[in-house]
Design a protein around this ligand. Structure first.
Ligand SMILES: [Zn+2]
Length: 149
């Protein structure tokens, strides 16, 4: 799975990421939203997603809500930053919707804009559904959908 942006940047999530997220759109898990953060690095115009976190015990999982309350997500990003000598960092986040083909909710867009106000690097926002994924890149308060190759 590769996401191509309009300015030819590529977003590269590895198979590990796809597998981790696929778990949460299966029949056993799709009834409650799930999510986590992406940890990765920037190479020129490209964002390489190296790993992701998955739901942790203190997160809130509801049929139409995922709230990333557990401090473990932030801790994982900090640990990656330290272990990589400052190259691997928070590059975005993902969550699921209990539908076939997800689109961002108004709440999603508000949340992402709040994150973009705190982080100046390009960020990847992904929503996984049963059948397809929605993926966008946000930077400087602008959100653009990405083509999935
Ligand atoms: Zn959502």
């Amino acid at each position: 799975m590769i996401f191509r942006t309009r300015d030819d940047g590529l977003i590269l999530p590895g198979h590990k990421i796809e597998r981790a997220i696929a778990t949460y759109v299966g029949d056993d898990e799709i009834g409650l939203e799930a999510g986590g953060i992406f940890i990765g690095s920037y190479r020129g115009p490209h964002v390489e997603i190296g790993s992701c976190t998955t739901p942790l015990p203190r997160d809130l999982r509801r049929p139409t809500l995922f709230d990333r309350c557990d401090p473990g997500h932030q801790a994982a990003a900090l640990e990656a930053w330290r272990e990589s000598g400052g190259t691997d960092t928070y590059v975005g986040e993902w969550h699921t919707h209990s539908v076939d083909d997800p689109v961002p909710s108004d709440q999603d867009v508000r949340t992402w804009h709040a994150i973009m106000r705190r982080v100046s690097n390009p960020l990847i926002f992904l929503i996984a559904g049963r059948r397809s994924i929605w993926c966008g890149r946000g930077r400087g308060g602008k959100l653009a959908g990405l083509a999935v190759l």
